[in-house]
Design a protein around this ligand. Structure first.
Ligand SMILES: NC(=O)c1ccc[n+]([C@@H]2O[C@H](COP(=O)([O-])OP(=O)(O)OC[C@H]3O[C@@H](n4cnc5c(N)ncnc54)[C@H](O)[C@@H]3O)[C@@H](O)[C@H]2O)c1
Length: 341
């Protein structure tokens, strides 16, 4: 029996992961696909969604809809999330929560005041390898943190930006390589190591000069406590998508990626850490992703968590406050790298 009826607002590249995820939660159904583009009909039919609309107001006025996914361009996140919360819908919004920290805090407060679940997609926080490294770090198997390095090299062709009404612009995307692609590396490091402070950053745009007004490459020096953290992100590599994160502690050191499947690449340290790593490898599942491969399969896990939070009032593994922290760190990196942007 369907108890919870969900709508997807914005039916572009990432929307298949939402259709797939909500389709797997018992008692939930995706009832409406909403996109201002006429292609919404094709999307709805492809994903077995019974209704579609080009008008967001239809979704918000529909009292049978319990919750929405917001998967539109970054610039509209704040307004669409606010309208959905004011209409009494639980909200799962794609990252970033929005483009302004004060507005993000207002959205979190609004959800709390209305007793609604607001969750920001951070699917890699649910990747088994990320959860495992976080647990090992928290259990002391790595010892005190020495340093972290996180890197993403990706390729984005000019058409990726030219064919989009919002990418590659400060107004529409709020940045590019970092706030869009590199977001996950930064967010995973925050999830494992805690809050980060930004010390220095530099950004450039060469390969995509004349195509985007935002950054194609950015590197930052941050700190987790007194441990240095380096972050390096580019969308100008010939490599389609490749991440690597090294967490080095005084007792143990691990390397992993956020590619699909997220893998443990290396692990050195005490016997307990090596045994935990062996068990993690043995337990790892091969899962087919529903959409673009490097988005992975963990939308399913976060959506299941969202479903439990809506149905049972249980806190989610990751809170919207965490997402405000990641947004603040992203914006702080931009402030250091491109103060006059
Ligand atoms: N978690 C991930 O791994 C992941 C991956 C890709 C994208 N994303 C995020 O998902 C969001 C969307 O990205 P995308 O790549 O799917 O973008 P996209 O451009 O492919 O799709 C956005 C869609 O929103 C529609 N839209 C815009 N305004 C609308 C409105 N007011 N009402 C209804 N429809 C509207 C557009 O017509 C478009 O079809 C972004 O926040 C992005 O950062 C997350």
């Amino acid at each position: 029996m369907t108890t919870y009826r969900h709508a997807i607002i914005g039916c572009g590249r990432v929307a298949p992961n939402h259709a797939d995820g909500f389709g797997q939660v018992p008692g939930w159904a995706v009832e409406v696909a909403c996109d201002r583009d006429a292609a919404v009909e094709v999307f709805a039919k492809e994903h077995g969604i019974p209704r579609w609309t080009r008008d967001l107001a239809d979704v918000l006025a529909d009292e049978t809809i319990t919750s929405v996914s917001v998967a539109v361009d970054h610039a509209q996140h704040a307004a669409v999330v606010r309208s959905a919360l004011n209409a009494g819908k639980h909200v799962l919004v794609e990252k970033p929560i929005c483009l302004d920290v004060a507005e993000a805090r207002e959205l979190v407060a609004l959800a709390r005041a209305r007793g609604l679940v607001l969750s920001v997609v951070a699917q890699h926080r649910y990747d088994p390898v990320v959860l495992a490294v976080r647990e090992w770090f928290r259990a002391g198997l790595l010892g005190d943190l020495v340093s972290v390095s996180a890197a993403l090299q990706a390729h984005r062709a000019p058409e990726y930006y030219r064919d989009s009404y919002w990418r590659g612009t400060w107004a529409g995307e709020g940045g590019s390589a970092l706030i869009n692609q590199g977001y996950h590396c930064l967010d995973a490091v925050r999830w494992i190591c805690g809050d980060l402070t930004v010390q220095a950053a530099a950004a450039t745009t060469h390969a995509l000069a004349g195509v985007i007004e935002t950054e194609e490459t950015i590197s930052g020096l941050l700190a987790a406590g007194d441990a240095p953290v380096t972050l390096s992100v580019t969308v100008a590599s010939p490599v389609a998508w490749k991440t690597r994160i090294d967490v080095v502690g005084q007792r143990g050191s691990v390397a992993f990626d956020l590619d699909h499947p997220g893998r443990l690449l290396g692990c050195d340290g005490p016997d307990a850490l090596v045994q935990a790593a062996q068990k993690h490898r043995a337990d790892s599942l091969a899962e087919e992703p529903p959409g673009v491969a490097y988005y992975g399969v963990s939308h399913r896990r976060q959506i299941a968590d969202f479903g439990r939070a809506v149905a049972g009032g249980t806190p989610m593994l990751t809170s919207a406050d965490d997402a405000v922290g990641t947004l603040a760190t992203v914006l702080s990196l931009y402030d250091k790298a491109l103060p006059g942007r």
